[in-house]
Design a protein around this ligand. Structure first.
Ligand code: ADP
Ligand code: MG
Length: 403
């Protein structure tokens, strides 16, 4: 789960990570009040930042007003103007795609003088099964680019599972940023606090880009992105409450509500599969056969009438879908039961109507596969059955060509 920058900064602050003063705003009036409050605390410069679940805001532009997603304001009046130009408009950045994201929340924060920008990130290194903390002197730019072009500019420390981050590791990272004296101490403290926040909140990624050395020689986080491990949200109720559903794909939300693992993609072949690994393999086969998957959907081990019905409902809401490939491996679940489940689900009026122009290809393999295939073949439905995954993928190609 993703959260907004202002929420991330509030969490970080509670773990003593240094963050400039800032206040969230949901209207221009809010933004003006926030700026006045910051002014009372001594802020002379402000930055008005669009809160969307995507990065690249500083270089992004809104569709109507053409405003940048991060605006420097020198007065409360300029904060008002900035807020007006952002709220309600759609911000397009490298990460949002052309559709952009509507700006409904702002963060008004103290503007600081930046002497130097750095990068700090914490995530799980899956190849090492250890958390990794990465720092770079190349802050404020896309870290993926740094990783590709000048990987030596990213310095890493891995944390021993079960142990806290060690002081010497944090100092090594602070040193790698080229800092010394008090700034070195501040950076080491920052990294220790950041790692604590990462562990305590079950985050999967924390990225601070940029971490800044300010004109007052303070080390502070100017940006903050946190992703949480969805599987841990049950034990993080306060974090789970921060979910902003308006930032999420509506089909993915619906799938979560039905306990289905669904990820929307851009292709035209809907897929319904039992098991995540098989779902990945199915998507590969579709691509090999010349199609493009419209989604990833794992209906879980059970694949009964209800899961199949919910799966159909979600897949069919995607207007790009031209055909659906159902790929079920009968391990614990029997293929004849799945076949009956599919037939039952297809009887649903709403589903049946949408399926009139969308052929379904069903591949059943494993326990009672032959019986399952016979049930599908006899059903008289607009369903093509296949035994091998290769055959199924070829049927997908045939169906798409026939259009
Ligand atoms: P994004 O990564 O989405 O573009 P950032 O929060 O990183 O958004 O902001 C973009 C740039 O704006 C930063 O790299 C930094 O140079 C500048 N910036 C952000 N916050 C502040 C601030 N509080 N004071 C001064 N400059 C800022
Ligand atoms: Mg940034």
């Amino acid at each position: 789960m993703n959260i907004h920058e202002y929420q991330a900064k509030e969490i970080l602050k509670s773990y003593n990570v240094a963050v400039p003063e800032g206040i969230a705003a949901f209207s221009t009036e809010d933004a003006v009040k926030a700026a006045e409050q910051l002014q009372d605390k001594g802020a002379g410069l402000f930055v008005v930042k669009a809160q969307i679940h995507a990065g690249g805001r500083g270089k992004g532009r809104t569709k109507s007003s053409g405003a940048k997603g991060v605006i420097l304001a020198k007065s409360v009046d300029e904060v008002r103007e900035a807020a007006d130009s952002l709220l309600g408009d759609t911000l397009v950045t490298l990460q949002t795609g052309e559709a952009g994201k509507k700006v409904e929340r702002l963060y008004v924060t103290e503007g600081v003088e930046i002497k130097q920008e750095y990068y700090v990130g914490v995530t799980l290194d899956r190849t090492r099964n250890q958390n990794v903390i990465m720092v770079s002197t190349e802050g404020g730019v896309e870290i993926e680019k740094v990783a590709e072009e000048t990987p030596e500019k990213i310095v890493k420390e891995w944390v021993e599972p079960g142990l806290p981050l060690q002081g010497n590791q944090a100092r090594h990272l602070a040193f790698a940023l080229g800092l010394s004296g008090d700034q070195f101490k501040q950076a080491a403290k920052f990294i220790m606090a950041l790692y604590k926040a990462f562990e305590a909140t079950d985050a999967s990624i924390i990225e601070i880009n940029p971490l800044a050395l300010t004109g007052d020689d303070e080390i502070v986080a100017l940006d903050a992105k946190i992703n949480f491990d969805d599987n841990a949200l049950y034990r993080q109720p306060d974090i789970a409450k921060l979910r902003d559903e308006s930032e999420e794909d509506p089909l993915e939300l619906e799938a979560t509500a039905s306990d289905l693992n669904y990820i929307k993609l851009d292709g035209n072949v809907g897929c319904m599969v039992n098991g995540a690994g098989l779902a990945m393999a199915t998507m590969d086969m579709i691509k090999l056969a010349g199609g493009e998957p419209a989604n990833f959907l794992d209906v879980g081990g059970g694949a009964n009438v209800d899961t199949v019905r919910n799966g159909f409902r979600i897949i069919l809401k995607d207007p790009n879908v031209e055909t659906i490939l159902i790929n079920i491996f009968g391990g614990i679940v029997r293929c004849d039961r799945v076949a009956n489940g599919i037939i039952e689900a297809v009887k649903d009026e709403e589903i049946a109507k949408k399926l009139e122009d969308i052929p379904i290809i069903v591949r059943l393999q494993g326990t009672n596969a032959e019986e399952g295939k016979a049930i599908i073949d006899k059903s008289g439905l607009n369903v093509i059955s296949a035994v091998l995954l290769k055959e199924a993928a070829e049927e997908v190609t045939n169906v798409l060509k026939a259009d």
